[in-house]
Write a protein that binds this ligand. Structure first.
Ligand code: SAM
Ligand code: SF4
Ligand code: F3S
Length: 466
């Protein structure tokens, strides 16, 4: 049976299960989905929402009114797992008051045997468990649980290509996530993702193009291509193609105005991709290139397969090809064995690159990864001090970079009503900078011209140019 047979089969089954749940257990039910983790999980939750709506569930925000709660979990740091355990504790109490409440747990934590077993042992209130590779089984598992009132669980270790034939209730109709690949083969020594998401697999480019064409027809203007290491896209396909080649094809799709992607691994960034930033009008002026550390010694221990010098050379090349590109990165402090000198190398790199935005993390020991075995773990106090020092260098750079936008006219895709002022709307520039400005709500979903009048470290303020 090839992937396509499996897909057809599972889709027929899904409809059958959905009908059964509806018929036997009513469909005036309400569900809440809680999502932790990265864009992969956010997009998986969009798929879960689509399935639940097909089953007749109304998606709501209030936990206390829910008949079903789906917790989509993340394992990347200890704190992410702790949040889930906290929420499961709250749900345990809620279930005592409302015993027909169903609790489903899915996502990366459930792909890890240790976390899964812990949840099963400690939280007898959990009804359904499924993994990242078999989201489409939710109706079947729910039905089984209704019938038996016992935990129904299914975890698939390896991805079988099925969930992308299902739909997704995208959070915004005008900007959409599209998976282009799954899993990761890199085994950075700090990272749990290869153990939760499995081996790297690329989607067929024809499926990706078809999905984006359909999205464009339905009003999507911006696509964000998702993968843990998009630069190695296509290498394992029967007919290999490069990531840059995929971008050139997507650039041809009518109706799509903006293309973004995440995440790129510096070791695999090719000249072909760098030149795409010169040649493709729809490719946004923004690159997220996680460096993790500025110390070549630590990068080696992390198994990142590039040195500080390699990374800086690539950045120079990108800046030469596209001097206006906005750069973003991920940085980690307190990796086992990191000395003060190593940390100062990170500070030096950050000053050299001048990032527009950054995600900063304190190393978190993940059992099962190589770095967790190291006996050179860094004390918490040192980790926190380095974290603060790093931020103290990053934020003023970001502030200065944002300030340079004052007086510029920029194109903004309007996304929503502003969080802090309901008379304002907010959106993103091509460089992924958040802009707040006064405009009618009917501009949401449109790309408009905005003159930047003020800035701070995290956002810009402007005036719409009609
Ligand atoms: N695939 C992406 C890459 O290699 O750039 C990263 C994906 S990971 C989900 C996002 C970020 O989480 C990483 O870039 C890293 O900075 C951070 N991260 C991963 N494992 C971590 C750990 N054990 N402790 C702290 N931060 C971690
Ligand atoms: Fe984790 Fe490294 Fe894979 Fe990124 S490339 S997901 S950091 S193992
Ligand atoms: Fe993402 Fe967390 Fe899984 S960062 S891939 S949801 S471990």
């Amino acid at each position: 049976m090839d992937n396509y047979d499996l897909i057809r089969d599972s889709k027929e089954n899904i409809d059958e299960y959905i009908k059964n749940v509806e018929k036997n257990y009513g469909h005036n039910k309400r569900a809440k989905i809680i999502t932790h983790g990265c864009q992969m999980n956010e997009h998986d939750s969009e798929k879960i929402e689509w399935i639940l709506e097909k089953m007749g569930y109304e998606i709501i925000q209030d936990l206390a009114d829910s008949d079903l709660v789906v917790l989509n979990t993340c394992s990347v740091r200890h704190s992410a797992e702790d949040k889930v355990y906290g929420q499961l504790g709250v749900l345990k109490h809620l279930k005592k008051k409302k015993n027909n409440l169903k609790v489903a747990v899915c996502g990366c934590m459930m792909q890890r045997k240790e976390s899964r077993n812990y949840v099963i042992d400690k939280f007898e209130n959990v009804d359904i468990i499924f993994g990242t590779n078999n989201i489409w089984k939710l109706p079947e598992l729910l039905l089984k649980n209704y019938e038996t009132n016992k935990l129904s669980m299914d975890i698939e270790e390896n991805f079988s290509g099925i969930d992308d034939t299902l739909g997704a209730n995208r959070l915004y109709p005008y900007k959409s996530y599209v998976n282009i690949m799954y899993g990761c083969n890199n085994f950075c020594t700090f990272c749990i993702v290869p153990y939760t998401r499995g081996r790297e697999q690329s989607r067929d480019p024809r499926d990706i193009i078809r999905e984006i064409e359909l999205l464009a027809k339905n009003g999507t203007k911006e696509v964000t291509l998702l993968g843990q290491n998009v630069n190695s896209y296509g290498k394992n396909l029967q007919k290999p193609i490069s990531f840059a080649n995929l971008l050139y094809r997507i650039n041809e799709i009518d109706g799509i105005d903006r293309i973004r992607f995440m995440t790129s691994h510096p070791k695999d960034i090719s000249d072909e991709l760098i030149y795409a930033y010169r040649d493709l009008d729809k490719l946004c002026n923004f690159l997220h290139l996680p460096v993790q550390s500025g110390s070549s010694r630590i990068l080696k221990l992390m198994n990142r397969k590039y040195s500080k010098e390699d990374y800086l050379k690539k950045i120079d090349k990108i800046k030469t090809v596209n001097p206006n590109i906005a750069l973003c990165t991920d940085l980690m402090v307190g990796f086992p064995g990191e000395t003060e000198e190593d940390f100062m190398e990170t500070i030096d790199l950050v000053k050299k690159v001048q990032y527009d935005t950054s995600f900063t993390f304190i190393y978190s020991k993940r059992e099962g990864t190589f770095a967790a075995k190291s006996n050179e773990q860094i004390p918490d106090k040192i980790k926190h001090d380095r974290f603060q020092k790093l931020i103290d260098v990053l934020y003023p750079i970001q502030f200065e970079k944002n300030k340079k936008n004052i007086g510029r006219n920029v194109k903004v895709l309007v996304e929503d009503v502003s969080k802090n002022n309901s008379e304002n709307v907010s959106g993103r520039t091509e460089e992924f900078k958040l802009v707040n400005f006064r405009a009618d709500k009917n501009k949401i979903g449109k790309i408009v011209n905005v003159k930047i009048t003020d800035t701070n470290t995290f956002s810009l303020t402007g005036e719409i140019i009609e």
